[in-house]
Design a protein around this ligand. Structure first.
Ligand code: ADP
Ligand code: ASP
Ligand code: MG
Length: 423
């Protein structure tokens, strides 16, 4: 029997009962003969609560201190989980990200893993322990400061450790039975997907299906680590994410894998930009220098009378203040008239590799939105995805309409959500 990495999300360890339930599952895996490495998230909504707290003392908290604060959440759960396992008569040791050898760059709040040196984890396993690792955190290579990997980053910790330790599989335990054709909190008739390719999962994740983090899927694809997403509350098999289907996984991928939505982004419009070469470059250099990732970009046709145009782009809401600040500072270099900030938007995306070879998918998507009376503000596409921005208020209805229009509704079982607050 080989080594397995199991990751338990915040909803799976939300309280003492949850921690004890998860401890039993981990012990069962160990008893079946596996070496077990566990990555654990902060309990319940702890991370959100810590962020709220930070914002009460400072509107833009210093990155280094913010990371130091947030990593406390995972420390609590890792220690409690190790205690619960010991209480069941098995040996367990907990490790911070730094102790586990998760080495990152020094970009606070969204650091990237650049190396994993899990010497202490190997030793702990060889001595017969279950190793418990705090997810979502690492230590920067140059300054040796504590970093975090961005929201949902425990998924990435798990896959990175699975790759470094050459695990058989990385199991991601959460509060739903796997990856569904849409968020089961929004679409009760969503269907569980038995197998999905890395390619489609990457698009779903980057379009807002937070059941798996985009970076984690990227990492798993690079190192070819199969991921099994499943519920920590039920014994049901979940969703396999891998290059190729294996065993009795379905051989054919559906034309459309699913519908994703994202309400975590905001839209910035730079109004009255001179329509001449170099303007967009100056705007987006200012944004990049502030370490902000943008998503969609749209430039309007300029008005002939004024020679001015508007440029809109979307970005994480959490970077909104920083972006406005960076643009204000670059105002004289860019020469715009004003800035508009809108955080009442949502992005809805349809994802599926079959789109490449099936005409009419785009038309069907827009028809479904039109029939639901949903207005479209921005559009962007890739080879296997179409995304639109709409009003945030329309998001649930839009997702359900698109899900039905593409025949994704299941006839029988309603998707079960076992825990979590959806925050
Ligand atoms: P964890 O605490 O385990 O990390 P998350 O809240 O990060 O859990 O992710 C699980 C949640 O992802 C589910 O409760 C569900 O609401 C949401 N979700 C969004 N899209 C999907 C999808 N396509 N399939 C399954 N869950 C999804
Ligand atoms: N606790 C962190 C968060 O809530 C990391 C994680 O859960 O993956 O984002
Ligand atoms: Mg998560």
């Amino acid at each position: 029997m080989g080594l397995v990495v199991q990751k338990y999300g915040g909803s799976s360890v939300a309280d003492a009962e949850g921690i004890k339930r998860v401890a039993k599952r981990i012990v069962d895996a160990k008893k079946s003969g596996h070496q077990v490495v566990v990555v654990v998230s902060a309990m319940g909504d702890t991370t959100d609560e810590l962020i709220d707290l930070a914002q009460q003392v400072s509107p833009i908290p210093a990155g280094r201190e913010f990371d130091m604060l947030l990593t406390a959440g995972e420390r609590i759960s890792m220690a409690l989980l190790a205690m619960a396992i010991k209480n069941l008569g098995h040996e367990a040791q907990s490790f911070t990200g730094s102790q586990a050898g998760v080495i990152t760059d020094s970009v606070h709040n969204k650091a990237r893993i650049i190396d994993v040196t899990p010497g202490r984890i190997r030793t702990a396993l060889d001595e017969g322990n279950i190793a418990i690792v705090a997810g979502f955190q690492g230590v920067s290579q140059d300054k040796k400061d504590i970093t975090t990997l961005g929201r949902g980053g425990s998924d990435t910790t798990a896959v990175a450790l699975a790759a470094a330790l050459e695990a058989e599989v990385c199991e991601i335990y959460t509060d739903v039975d796997g990856v569904f054709t849409a968020d089961p909190r929004v679409v009760k008739k969503a269907r569980k997907i038995d197998w999905i390719s890395f390619e489609d999962m990457l698009e779903l994740a980057s379009s807002g299906s937070k059941v798996l983090l985009h970076r984690c899927v990227e990492y798993a694809r690079r190192y070819n680590i199969p991921i099994h997403v499943r519920s920590s509350f039920s014994g049901l098999p979940g969703t396999w994410v891998s290059n190729e289907p294996q065993g009795n996984q379905p051989m054919e991928q559906a034309i459309i894998s699913g519908v994703a939505h994202d309400t975590s982004e905001a839209k910035v419009t730079v109004v009255g930009v001179p329509d001449k070469p170099g303007e967009a470059a100056t705007i987006f250099r200012a944004i990049a220098d502030a370490q902000i990732n943008i998503d969609m970009v749209v430039q309007n046709v300029s008005a002939a009378s004024t020679g001015l145009t508007d440029i809109s782009f979307t970005l994480p809401k959490t970077d909104g203040r920083k972006a406005i600040q960076a643009l204000e500072q670059a105002k004289s270099a860019i020469g715009f008239e004003s800035l508009r900030y809108d955080d009442q938007i949502a992005k809805i995306s349809l994802v599926g590799a079959g789109m490449k070879t099936n005409p009419g998918v785009t038309a069907g998507f827009f028809e479904a939105l039109s029939n639901a009376g949903v207005n479209i503000e921005l559009i962007s596409t890739s080879e296997i995805r179409i995304s639109v921005v709409t009003r945030a208020d329309d998001v649930n209805e839009a997702v359900r309409a698109v899900h039905s229009a593409f025949g994704l509704d299941s006839e029988n079982d309603e998707a079960v959500v076992y825990g979590g607050t959806g925050r």
